[in-house]
Design a protein around this ligand. Sequence first.
Ligand code: NAD
Ligand code: MG
Length: 386
Amino acid sequence: MRSGKKIAILGATGSIGQNCLHVAEKLSGEFNVTALTTNKNISLLIDQVKRFRPHMAAVTGVIPTEQQQQSFKQLGTRLFFGQDSLVEIVREADYELLINSVVGAAGFVPTLTALEAGKNIALANKETLVVGGELIIQAARKHGRTILPIDSEHSAIFQCLIGEDHNTIEEIILTASGGPFRTWSKEQLFSVTVEQALNHPNWSMGNKITIDSATMMNKGLEVIEAKWLFHVPVNKIRVVIHPQSIIHSMVAFYDGSVKAQLGEPDMRVPIQLAMTYPQRKPSEFPRIDFGTLKSLTFEEPDPNKFRALALAYQAAETGGTAPAVMNAANETAVRLFLEEKISFIRIAECIEETLDKIKIVSHPGLEDLLQADKQARAHVMQFIGD
Ligand code: NAD
Ligand code: MG
């Protein structure tokens, strides 16, 4: 019998997923990994299965070869594959905590399914809350489950709020690095290459979130994520650029006091806390050296330059299916940019145009959200084809 908290990791082969497994390895004996998934990286998944011996695994984006299927069988791991395999894993695996580190709207239905099955979630997949925050929070409440944030800003806010009354929050202050183009002019953004956009100054992450950081849509998604996680209206969520990424976010209270959470920019710290919560465990991850840290600086984001951030606030204010439409348009546009089919500034144009044209449903159910996502993706393709 293996001991430890039983965890299932969706998107195990990604940047966050690999860091989760790193934490599980470092804190050996604390975790029992029971399920792992990938979209297409089967060779890495097989390596991970060899190391962690989960009961189940899933491949969503490609069909594994006969030989690959044999490898899983020999390791005693039941393999699922196909579009629905994430939900099958969520329903059938034996776990106490689901870590959702899939990228994109594909993470939404699995999160909802896990909450409905009475499971706690450690959530990296911010798109879950952007697409269907209302349904997710309702399901968590109904089933008495917790959503522990992995995103560094939300982990910071979560930590600042421990022991506090939510009614005393004056403002949530999300910090943003500003990405690689913080000091560029609006005109310079016309000539951004994929390579330049993938070169994030402080964080090493998957491609999609790295582009989102460059457009600052990442911060827009995080504003919506914070709204749902902390039950705060978006007009009380402010974004401040903090290029050093040492302060991960702050909460201002109504007595004028501000709490901040600090650390080196290393995702393993918030990942470990979400995995071990309510405990804190020791780690050897890098420490802040206050001797060499000369200054912490702050600036206002320029809404003209970072159009995507303004659009996210707008979609959040509109509510209903608007954030799901915005998210799907963004995912499609980012993919097209990475494939060098559209320019960097065209990403925000695609989102704005799609938000303008797709009819928004207020208080959507699951089907409305899935439909909105589909329509928005099709609309971007049509718009780009024009
Ligand atoms: P990544 O691209 O490195 O990894 C994504 C994982 O999801 C991979 O395992 C991939 O196989 C899987 N996947 C991709 N598309 C899928 C699909 N359609 N269906 C099922 N699985 C799919 O991404 P990442 O950087 O690890 O980010 C994962 C999530 O965490 C994103 O939502 C991101 O915004 C969020 N996040 C990441 C970081 C970070 O530092 N990387 C920080 C905060 C939040
Ligand atoms: Mg973040």
